[in-house]
Write a protein that binds this ligand. Structure first.
Ligand SMILES: Nc1ncnc2c1ncn2[C@@H]1O[C@H](COP(=O)(O)OP(=O)(O)OP(=O)(O)O)[C@@H](O)[C@H]1O
Length: 248
């Protein structure tokens, strides 16, 4: 069993007075892909935003490799090795691929950024070819590669990625998933939200299902793939009582 990279201990967080995470506790293993599942509104994206310091933790703790990061800012978390690729398109469309990468390294300083850009481009030959094209002219898959590449500039130890498959063809999604597998083989920890449940489970190590901001199931992804309740979990119909009580 690998060590724990991320731990939520009874975390309560939400928007204004409306709490979404309800004493949420879970652990995510280091060097593994943990997939967050659950119906719309269960709080999956809220987990990532809270972990990245974008939402205030009202109660409970978040640990990164055993260290308390509960009240750290996004900037501090970036410096500690957590990178976030949010849902949707998050590029500067009028700027070139290279300029978008430069902006990704803004917290590193230009010298380090320029040294690291070739290392990122080695992973993405297509971006290398389009280096001086405007980001808005890239295909959806290339744009997602650029967003991930921009996050990798920071050499993160943890990557939070929200719905990477949205708007991409199955073939491109397979490429993105394959990249995530390669990165975890090199030690990266990935926490992913993804609606494309079957494909995502196939490349994930662990699956964690949320319902109303709490964890109702946490088990190896391979086991869940065989579970007849998978559709129910995804659609939010809940779990049979005996499985809910066995959840970690
Ligand atoms: N900026 C916001 N302000 C207020 N409420 C929000 C905000 N963002 C999300 N919510 C609410 O928080 C709840 C959880 O949202 P969240 O995006 O975490 O769900 P999710 O499990 O990721 O589902 P989905 O697949 O629909 O994105 C929802 O009820 C949503 O309406």
């Amino acid at each position: 069993m690998s060590e724990t990279a991320i731990e939520f201990q009874g975390v309560v967080a939400g928007y204004k007075d409306f709490m979404i995470l309800n004493e949420l506790s879970f652990q995510a293993r280091s060097g593994a892909i943990t997939l967050l599942l659950g119906p719309n509104g269960a709080g999956k994206s809220t987990v990532l935003k809270t972990l990245f310091g974008l939402l205030k933790v009202r109660q409970g703790k978040i640990l990164l490799h055993g260290e308390d990061i509960t009240h750290s800012s996004a900037r501090e978390l970036l410096a500690r090795g957590i990178a976030f690729v949010p849902q949707g398109r998050n590029l500067f469309g009028q700027l070139t691929v290279y300029q978008n990468l430069e902006l990704g390294g803004i917290t590193l300083g230009m010298k380090t950024t320029h040294e690291r850009i070739p290392e990122v481009l080695d992973r993405f030959p297509r971006l290398k070819e389009r280096l001086h094209s405007q980001a808005s002219t890239l295909s959806g898959g290339e744009q997602k590669q650029l967003e991930i590449g921009r996050a990798l500039l920071l050499r993160p130890s943890v990557l939070l990625i929200d719905e990477p498959s949205i708007g991409l063809s199955p073939q491109i999604v397979a490429g993105v998933f394959e990249l995530l597998r390669q990165l975890t083989a090199q030690g990266l920890t990935v926490l992913m939200v993804e609606q494309n449940v079957n494909s995502a489970l196939k490349i994930s190590d662990d699956a964690l299902a949320l319902a109303s901001g709490t964890c109702v199931l946490h088990k190896p992804a391979a086991e869940l793939l065989l579970d007849p309740n998978i559709e129910r979990l995804f659609l939010g119909a809940g779990l049979p009582a005996e499985e809910s009580s066995a959840a970690v």
